[in-house]
Design a protein around this ligand. Structure first.
Ligand code: NAD
Ligand code: ZN
Length: 381
């Protein structure tokens, strides 16, 4: 089959690789129809992980079931399915508690919890930027989509990651109807956090970035865009909230945040959040802060240290929730919002390309070239 493989730093290629196939009775085999490039793929692409060459990338996948193992009861050949990026078992302690991002079964590294398709450190599983994908524990890991999803793939594919992740950011922040919220990062995840805030009935929604095209997308759904290249985002948020600070805040950038002039701490976003969220307010952090150091296999977390004003965070009595999104926990709800026409997450899609053009898609998305917000790949095209 054709697949997009990692070949080294900023080097991905479409190659012929052995077909994905059913390996265990609980597997499902999916022919991928739509698969996205994600900001998280850039951690591997930019060479910041120990991703081995030859691995197939891609964790935002949907497609049609073409074969099922003998132990599969629920999913049927012909079903159109979306695949949460977390690969989980459904029966371990964390999965039982709904924390499928921290599955204790699917990652063979005993120091880790949680697995994903085509992701460094998240188990050996291949990704779905390919013609075929093997889905472990298929009855658990396939979200069966309504028939109309065939014609609206660019909406439904967002259920694999960015829509639930944006929603998760607002959950971690504790957002309630009518409250104000500031979101750092207007990439796909931050834009989905803004959409989620709207859907939850937030009051004022403010989105910070410096790319005009991304800020414009935030403006399209009624959020207030804040360009931090034009002045302090913290001051602007405080002005917009009568000096009190936002009720809630979300971090949707991660450790690759650009420097903000005049900020004393190396990670501007966490520090800005502490300064622009009110006393007793809540902060949700979904941006990734634990890159693996490729030169240090013994220390998975070595590069994860960041500094921010913890004293002020404590003094303000703020709460902070963190971590990967447990996609399954939100999937049915968010699928319902798409089906009812109440959410149209495809508004962020900028490009839809055949798999053969994936390397160019990576190049433009990585460079944050103007207008390259979200790239969808169609392996069957
Ligand atoms: P992205 O890189 O496309 O978007 C990040 C945006 O943040 C960019 O538009 C950039 O201009 C902006 N930015 C950079 N520095 C900033 C700063 N100091 N202040 C404000 N904005 C700043 O990525 P994405 O796809 O939107 O993903 C965002 C983060 O979320 C990444 O770290 C990704 O790995 C992570 N992520 C986490 C989960 C999860 O489960 N927790 C899931 C998906 C993605
Ligand atoms: Zn993703």
């Amino acid at each position: 089959m054709k697949a997009l493989v990692y070949d080294g730093t900023r080097d991905v290629k479409v190659k012929d690789v052995p077909d994905a196939r059913i390996e265990r009775p609980t597997d499902v085999l999916v022919r991928i129809t739509t698969t996205n490039i994600c900001g998280s793929d850039l951690h591997m692409y930019e060479g910041r992980t120990d991703m081995e060459t030859g691995r197939v990338l891609g964790h935002e996948n949907m497609g049609e079931v073409i074969a099922v193992g003998d132990g599969i009861d629920r999913v049927r050949v012909g079903d159109l399915v979306c695949l949460p990026f977390n690969i989980s078992c459904g029966f371990c302690r964390n999965c039982e508690a709904g924390k499928t991002a921290y599955c204790l079964t699917t990652n063979p590294d005993p120091r880790m919890a949680g697995a994903a398709y085509g992701f460094a450190g998240m188990g050996p599983h291949n990704g779905g930027q390919a013609e075929l994908l093997r889905v472990p524990y298929g009855d658990h890991n396939c979200l069966i989509l309504p028939e109309e999803a065939r014609e609206r793939q660019s909406d439904y594919v967002m259920l694999s990651d960015v829509f639930p992740t944006g929603w998760h950011a607002t959950e971690l922040a504790g957002l309630r109807a009518g409250e104000s919220i500031v979101i750092y990062g207007a990439g796909p995840v931050g834009l989905m956090a803004a959409l989620s805030a709207n859907l939850k009935g937030a009051g004022k929604v403010m989105v910070v970035d410096r790319h005009p095209d991304r800020l414009a997308l935030a403006g399209q759904i009624g959020a207030i865009p804040i360009d931090d290249s034009k002045g302090s985002a913290v001051d602007r948020v405080n002005d917009l909230t009568n000096g009190a600070g936002a009720d809630r805040g979300c971090e949707c950038v991660g450790y690759q945040a650009h420097d903000v002039e005049g900020v004393e701490h190396p990670n501007a976003t966490l520090n800005n959040l502490v300064h622009s969220v009110r006393f007793t307010g809540g902060i949700g952090v979904v941006g990734v802060f634990v890159p693996q150091d490729p030169n240090s296999p013994d220390s998975l977390y070595q590069d994860g240290e960041v500094a921010f004003d913890y004293g002020l965070h404590w003094f303000k009595g703020q709460t902070m929730g963190t971590g990967q999104c447990n996609v399954k926990a939100y999937n049915r709800q968010l699928c319902g919002l798409i089906e009812q026409g109440k959410a149209r997450p495809s508004w962020i899609v900028s490009h839809e390309l055949p798999l053969a053009e994936a390397p160019s898609g990576y190049r433009h998305f990585d460079a944050r070239d103007d207008g390259w917000t979200k790239v969808l790949l169609h392996p069957a095209a």
